[in-house]
Design a protein around this ligand. Structure first.
Ligand code: CTP
Length: 397
């Protein structure tokens, strides 16, 4: 599976570093070569000798090592690998990555590389939940860094919660996924997902019941086929998938701007439940209750993101897929919507309350293309996503 692949493994300073020795062994069993890099803190947990012995390779430790630089400069080292893996990725390493620091060998390699980077965070639960780490994680995901874990459980420090490094097996699978050459590798795809929030005032907003589950599953399925996915998400209730570039937005107008910023793309899938209207007279300060008075909200129409992208001339993705969530006359409405919005395909579904589809785990869709309508049986949202991703791969082949 990993034969002929070279992995640059940066080992940060955390108690989980001992698992990284096992990771080296497991990667080599699968045919990969591993170049270990130890941070200063990493050396407190793992000796250079054990990393080197398991990898059967030289260990890199110092940015200014004259012998290393003479043999292979750090820029070259960062590019010689097929994938850069950081395990464990400590809070400090994540902060350095998010801030673009390059003060030691590990951070310099991460700045200089032109390859994909996968991190396996590991830290105390408080550190993981600290707003600074939350911000750094969002920045790194937005930069397209792949993230595996962390897991919940008892930690070495005695506390319980998320922060434990993913199991070695999980990291190996994530590495295999990142290195697999799927039918969509080299293809750029944009996926919109989740609801939008349209503010009324700083504390109130208009929203809808979309959980983001279907869009998230589609982005995950496309990434699994090797696509380079930009995932533009409103405030969804499910976490974004791993291995995609995540752009978080709130309003429809922000979503349009994010989609335009992510172009060009080979395909775009618009699974978001975008609010059709925004409050035109939203206020900057909280609306107060006045005796006998009710607020008079005025509405303005939001841009239609799907229609805007479908109508683009040069630079239009070659495949534009929309969704049509309907409650009656599903197929007729969806066909009309496809024509009106100018997209290539529409995935139609019945979201009537009795179906349990909105916010549920399953979906029953009809794929409408220029050739006609195709009913898919009711199945899990993950399976709908995989089937759609496979069709997109066929269409772009
Ligand atoms: N969509 C969009 N931008 C909007 C509204 C909708 O990109 N401002 C996209 C959705 O992501 C979806 C498709 O358009 O792919 C259809 O969304 P839907 O809400 O069903 O369509 P509406 O335009 O709201 O049509 P109607 O209200 O008439 O059902």
């Amino acid at each position: 599976m990993l034969a002929g692949k070279r992995i640059l493994l940066i080992i940060g300073g955390g108690i989980a570093a001992f698992k990284s020795l096992d990771l080296i062994r497991r990667l080599r069993e699968r045919g990969a070569s591993v170049t270990p890099v130890l941070t200063r803190a990493g050396e407190e947990f793992v000796t250079p000798l054990s990393a080197s012995a398991l990898a059967a390779e030289k260990v890199y430790r110092d940015l200014f090592d004259l012998t290393d630089e003479a043999e292979m400069g750090h820029v070259e080292l960062s590019r010689a690998a097929d994938l850069v893996v950081v395990a464990p990725a400590t809070a400090d390493l994540m902060a350095k990555m998010a801030g673009g620091h390059a003060g030691d060998l590990a951070s310099t390699l991460l700045m200089a590389t032109d390859k994909r980077v996968l991190i396996a965070p590991a830290m105390n639960v408080r550190m993981w939940e600290h707003p600074a780490t939350r911000r750094n994680l969002a920045t790194l995901q937005g930069d397209g860094i792949l993230v595996v874990g962390p897991e919940e459980g008892a930690m070495a420090c005695g506390e319980v919660g998320p922060g434990r490094m993913a199991e070695v097996q999980q990291i190996v699978e994530a590495i295999e996924g990142a290195l697999s050459d799927g039918p969509l590798s080299g293809r750029r795809v944009i996926v919109t997902s989740g609801p939008t929030h349209e503010p009324i005032d700083p504390v109130r907003y208009i929203a809808n019941r979309s959980s983001g589950a279907q869009g998230t599953a589609i982005a995950r399925a496309l990434a699994a086929l090797g696509a380079d996915v930009t995932f533009v998400t409103g405030p969804a209730s499910v976490p974004p998938p791993q291995g995609v570039r995540v752009v978080r937005v709130e309003t429809a107008r922000q979503m349009l701007a994010a989609v335009e910023g992510a172009l060009p793309a080979d395909a775009a899938v618009f699974a978001a439940a975008v609010a059709d209207w925004r409050v035109a007279n939203a206020t900057d300060s909280k609306m107060k209750k006045t005796k006998g008075g009710l607020p008079a909200l005025e509405f303005a129409e939001n841009p239609d993101i799907l229609a805007t992208v479908s109508a683009m001339g040069a630079g239009r993705p070659s495949l534009v897929v929309g969704f049509a969530a309907e409650t009656d006359d599903v197929i007729a409405h969806a066909k009309a919507k496809r024509e009106r919005k100018g997209c290539d395909w529409i995935v139609a579904n019945d979201v009537s309350p009795g179906t349990g589809i909105m916010g549920g785990a399953e979906n029953a869709v009809t794929l409408i293309t220029a050739q006609g309508a195709e009913d898919w049986p009711r199945m899990g949202k993950d399976q709908v996503a995989q089937r759609l991703a496979a069709r997109i791969a066929e269409a772009l082949a």
